[in-house]
Design a protein. Structure first.
Length: 255
């Protein structure tokens, strides 16, 4: 059988003063090792590409985590003065790609920044800084710690009854996740359901029920899949949907 092709959103980066398009290697690795697909990085070039044509070539699409934030004007807010890290090229690429993926029935897995893009792409809004909201914890990682420690399990999430994540978790009601984000979902986009909540009420997962696999998670399962059954199961379920798409099996919500 032909190997499925999964698009992975890349970011604008600068290395040694040179502009680059990049993505963390773990995203490509998990696509090969667990999803069972060939990864293809999608550069943040926005209007310079034919997005419907590009999306039609994929059997799945992953929007990745990133230090940059979705531009607030895209969800009707002014910029918080402390919110300074943006990637307009990525926004101009991923948001229309997510809408086009839904239109064409392409499975989507949206991670960290990706869940925020998914929510905004369909009309939802974000909190620019969760820790500034009374009653919410600080969900940011400690940048002075090594990456392994920063990506370690940090808090539980409660999985919604009847949700895709609970099915992926084999019926378990809670799972432990890591936490490396400042932004978070405020108003959930119409047509989406809340899949997971942190103890302080922060939305940690959303899905678009009733059609092709479309799941967003606020944590980073790509850093955990090697020894964490829940993280591995998320990518395995996405992989089943990707293979079903390749075979023309239609909408698949979970393995």
């Amino acid at each position: 059988m032909t190997m499925p092709l999964v698009g992975i959103s890349a970011c604008t980066k600068t290395f040694n003063a040179f502009p680059m398009h990049a993505v963390h290697s773990r995203f490509a690795e998990v696509v090969v090792e667990v999803v069972g697909a060939a990864p293809l990085l999608v550069p943040p070039v926005g209007a310079h590409i034919d997005i419907p044509d590009l999306v039609s070539r994929f059997d799945g699409f992953i929007t990745t985590g990133s230090p940059s934030n979705v531009q607030p004007h895209l969800y009707g807010q002014d910029i918080d003065p402390e919110n300074t890290n943006f990637d307009p090229g990525r926004d101009a690429t991923t948001l229309p790609m997510l809408r086009e993926a839904a239109h064409q029935g392409i499975p989507v897995l949206a991670i960290c920044r990706g869940i925020q893009e998914l929510n905004v792409a369909f009309g939802g809004t974000l909190h620019q800084f969760i820790h500034k909201i009374p009653g919410h914890q600080d969900h940011r990682s400690m940048k002075t710690r090594p990456m392994g420690a920063r990506a370690a399990l940090r808090h539980a999430v409660t999985l919604a009854e009847g949700g895709l994540l609970r099915r992926i978790a084999g019926g378990r009601t809670t799972e432990m996740v890591n936490s490396l984000h400042a932004e978070g979902i405020d108003r959930v986009a119409d047509g989406f359901m809340v899949e997971a909540l942190a103890p302080d009420g922060v939305i940690e997962g959303i899905s678009r029920p009733g059609g092709v696999f479309c799941l967003g998670v606020q944590w980073h399962p790509e850093t955990l899949y090697g020894d964490n059954a829940f993280a591995h199961a998320i990518f395995a379920a996405f992989g089943e949907a990707v293979k079903a798409r390749l075979c023309g099996a239609g909408a698949v919500q979970a393995a």
